[in-house]
Design a binder for this molecule. Sequence first.
Ligand SMILES: Cc1ncc(COP(=O)(O)O)c(C=O)c1O
Length: 370
Amino acid sequence: MDHADLTTWLEIDLSVIRKNIRLLQEIAGVPVMAVVKANAYGHGLIEASRAAVQAGVQWLGVARIDEALELHRAGIRAHPIVLGYTPPERAGEAAQAGVRLAVYDSQVAQAYAAQAKAVGKPLYVHAKFDTGMGRLGASPEEGVEWMRWLHTLEGLQVEGAFTHLAEADDPQKPTTHWQLDRFDKLLSGLESAGLRPAWVHAANSAGALYFPRARYNLVRTGIAIYGLNPSAHAPLPEGFRPALTWKTRLTSVKIFPPNHGISYNYRYRTKSEERIGVCAVGYADGFRRQMGNMVLVRGRRVPVVGSVCMDQCMVNLDQVPEAQMGDEVVLIGQQGNDEITAEERAHEWGTIHYEVVCGLANRLPRIYVE
Ligand SMILES: Cc1ncc(COP(=O)(O)O)c(C=O)c1O
């Protein structure tokens, strides 16, 4: 596709997101909550959520109340659930918009109930248990009594119980089974007490794919719906594809003499006469200021040279003599017969691909294709 009017942009294939979700639904055999927090892992909150709903999704997981309210305002017909902390001051807004909140603290739960009563609407909550993640959550061992108490709070509707897995992306580790054993013990206590809520969920993408027992009646999947492997130890099955491509353009091509400094502080000097291209992408777009980056030009890998600037970076084009100003450059995705994956980008930057896609700047235009 020729986006001659753009200098750096993301192409996101919504049909790929829908297909990935359908595959997950088939594999998991239970409904899928699409985790669309952090601007849908960089893919665009509203468009990715719409695609998810088209694929049959009825739950959308976010991290902040403002993300949930944005979904509500956009008229997206699925239940948004805030998986992290929501200040009690915002609970009234949540109740009014039908946004579900996670609850794990008694004082906060009481404050939520008061807010819901004040606006005259029930607030749907999902009780969060810390079975071993070491993050948010009530104690599963005290969970039955706590849930009994939670039910007494007027204004709250206890709709779900959930936990989060710490090491599902490394299926060989025993931790996941240990966490699920703790969770199952709680669930059977709740069952006996007649307190088991309608929705029970534990699995992220790796959990949903690699731990059938973690699926309960809802899975909370993020990375897999965007077509990215949960980890090297927990790859996606056949059929999943990445939905996102990150492109920029050559905005200048010049020949420099030997020993010419390139970019700030001359961290690179031409070794001989070199053809240097300028790309219209920089660290303000999410392209890290790190030496050793590679990009694709005309289907071939070329090195980024010199410091990445805020909005630009330079590449050595000696291996691609036919490259010209205006050519597309691929930072993540396929070009010709080669591909740079988000995982590879992450490896280059000493991080995980989740951080790479979540770090794609808001200023990048997102072009949706089908
Ligand atoms: C509570 C919770 N559930 C589900 C997910 C989705 O995880 P993944 O993207 O690995 O599927 C996340 C992501 O960080 C999360 O924090």
